[in-house]
Design a protein around this ligand. Sequence first.
Ligand code: ADP
Length: 585
Amino acid sequence: MSATQETVREDGIIESVSGPVVTARDLDARMNDVVYVGDEGLMGEVIEIEGDITTIQVYEETSGVGPGEPVENTGEPLTVDLGPGLLDSIYDGVQRPLDVLESKMGSAFLDRGVDAPGIELEKEWDFSAEVVPGDTVEPGDVVGVVEETVTIDHKVLVPPTYEGGEVVTVEEGDLTVDETVVELDNGEEITMHQEWPVREARPSATKKTPRTPLVSGQRILDGLFPIAKGGTAAIPGPFGSGKTVTQHQLAKYADADIIVYVGCGERGNEMTEVIDDFPELEDPSTGNPLMARTSLIANTSNMPVAARESCVYTGITIAEYYRDMGYDVALMADSTSRWAEAMREISSRLEEMPGEEGYPAYLAARLSEFYERAGYFENINGTEGSVSAIGAVSPPGGDFSEPVTQNTLRIVKTFWALDADLAERRHFPAINWNESYSLYKDQLDPWFQDNVAADWPDERQWAVDVLDEEAELREIVQLVGKDALPEDQQLTLEVARYLREAYLQQNAFHPTDTFCPPEKTYLMLTAIHHFNDEAFEALEAGVPVDEIISIEVAPRLNRIGVQEDYEEYVAELKDDISEELRELY
Ligand code: ADP
């Protein structure tokens, strides 16, 4: 990330330094200009101008910076470098590649004033043109491709800010990102390198209703609370309830073309886990390294708070860029609460009027600006692409009534509520099925019906009904005990137990169970449903509920998740369930 041009304007002088907030006098600046602060040239952004005092939030550690030092204005907004090389990269909050920084400075993370371009400027990419002289191109059009990674072809686009025109010259072969690949008759030169101001959404033709699921391979998500490609979701949960594991599962298994993972303000060791783990992982659908479709942005809790904001915006801008190429992108942000806390800290240093619990009044607006950049789009070049945004929320003490959770809830359409009690009972993923919801369910049903099974919605509804009934029965059981229930209700509790233990639970750390394709999710449900139907028939035929419950084969339902050959296993299991139950009458 950098300012667009190094057109340095008049210098100012630091007046005061308060953590990440610096004021400067006599700086000729506009809102959101990028400035270089102090002798070390730390990157910051103008957030307030009052008279001749300019307030700056600084994206780097400011200790040791003091009044009297210079502030240089670049006159340009915060931008992100776009081009081949974004994938398989790990950045800090201001798009400085962590591996490059590490070799430049000897250690990652904390060094200041080091600038490095977001993409490699020297590396050559083998560019193949898709236009010839004489063709006419418009903004957003694809002029050629380079193989960015084994998985992803990077489409080189006419920047949305260009006018477009007739192609005059075309260069092919090994070229660096700043070399011109296509020149137009109006003099516009297209390179593989674009810059984009992070706070501005990249333009699109239209936003459409999303109708395809972002398949996650997590049963409770795909089966009960699906998110659409282009959808928004929040995962709120107290510490230790599984936010990070869920986000990692999505980053590994979601069927998006591109993953942008924003680690925002979480503990350093969690991000280190991602940085160490991800490069080792394989994409289950292609067998290629997972990093080949992934861009990581790491702003850990020991990094400056202001950069939490820039890392979120950097992430969503990178996501939009790949969307413009026609890809389905999934962005995970862990955790949006840390970003909100950064807003609170900056706001309080600015002595702004605090809103609820000290958060600034613009918290809701910022969150919705972020999630609004997600969606299923028709791009300006006519292709379709999507950005799905999934944000973790870490409410203090797991209290969902706090402002960040509440404001997020008003915006997102999928809510996966993590639950401390479930986590404590080691029910994972600890997603509370009574509190969670997806507003995409109905619009995604046709896809599941066409691609998995015609009765997908019916099976889901059956499961939801059983789980609802269980929730009601549990209250009674707490008062009078299970044995006081009529036999049919006792049987319902048993069926619900299989739904919870076999279907809703899924072990992220088991090599097979970790990813459950929708076909398997569906078959597992039909197996439990089959048990339900056969068991109720037996009950009607007069078999005592205790005998039904204790049939030997039923616990095999709990082992479907770990089966590779699940189709065969489920078919056999269904037969065995029928056989054993029918022997009882
Ligand atoms: P959070 O990010 O909410 O603090 P984590 O995602 O780190 O919580 O999860 C805490 C622990 O819970 C994990 O270390 C793991 O042991 C367990 N866990 C969470 N989700 C799962 C899952 N799907 N399968 C197995 N274990 C899980």
